[in-house]
Design a protein around this ligand. Structure first.
Ligand code: PGA
Length: 254
């Protein structure tokens, strides 16, 4: 049984004060969290404040939205895996489609970051997904396969098992148009099948695959009840503590 994992990707939003208020409201609303992993992924500037506000809520982890693959040195403007560990960060999003399209990240760059993250004991959440044009041309599987092989190259089975994959169809991100549960399940099953080919069946069965793209309180439960959908990476709807709490509750089946 894979434990579900629900993550709040705040993108370039939330001041320190807003982040602290979010955490207070979210903790009040959510109560006990036992059978689902929850991750809050603020901008770098609010990470320390979120950790502080979480206090003893140790079962909620903090993530970062990106990192560079070198450990330290003359890389102005970049943040490394050891610097994130220093802030008690547990997860890092790699290869989000906004990084790929707006900042030119390639599968090869994502792969270097993957290796650096694992070396620092950070758990990567690696994002993959097709554009609408690629879907319309019938290229979904080809794109997913290329992204998986490129970004996961050289990982050991144990590292793969500690990697979270987020299937985020680009046309569903921030558009209000989510993939249907059936479309998402089909893509997730293909991802798991590809992982089994790249590693082995046991490894593939253990990897958690999140769905991302316009996840909201009213579609979360149906999406996450699909057999190969193991959680959600939530953007817009994660900026409101109540709606994010509802999505987490949908994952724990209430
Ligand atoms: P969205 O973003 O929920 O606002 O569509 C998801 C993401 O980009 O991770």
């Amino acid at each position: 049984m894979r434990k579900k994992i629900v993550a709040a990707n705040w993108k370039m939003n939330m001041t320190q004060g807003e982040a602290a208020r979010f955490v207070d409201a979210f903790l009040l609303d959510i109560g006990e969290i036992n059978n689902v992993d929850v991750v809050i992924i603020p901008p770098f500037t609010a990470i320390a404040r979120v950790t502080e506000a979480l206090g003893r809520a140790h079962n909620i982890k903090v993530g970062a939205q990106n990192m560079y693959w070198e450990k330290s040195g003359a890389f102005t403007g970049e943040i490394s895996a050891p610097l994130l560990r220093d802030l008690f960060v547990h997860y890092v999003v790699l290869g989000h489609s906004e990084r790929r399209t707006l900042f030119g990240e390639t599968d090869e760059m994502v792969n270097r970051k993957m290796h650096a993250a694992h070396e620092a004991k950070l758990r990567p959440i690696v994002c993959i997904g097709e554009s609408l044009e690629q879907r319309d041309k019938g290229n979904v599987e080809k794109i997913l396969s290329t992204q998986l092989h490129g970004s996961l190259a050289g990982l050991k089975p144990k590292e793969l098992q500690e990697t979270v994959i987020a299937y985020e169809p680009v046309w569903a991100i921030g558009t209000g148009r989510n993939a249907t549960p059936a479309q998402a399940q089909e893509a997730h099953a293909f991802v798991r099948h590809t992982l089994a080919e790249m590693a082995d069946k046991t490894t593939a069965e253990r990897v958690r695959i999140q769905y991302g793209g316009s996840v909201k309180p009213d579609n979360a439960r149906e999406l996450m009840s699909q057999p190969d959908i193991d959680g959600a990476l939530v953007g817009g709807a994660s900026l409101d503590p109540r709606s994010f709490a509802q999505i987490v509750k949908a994952a724990r089946n209430e």
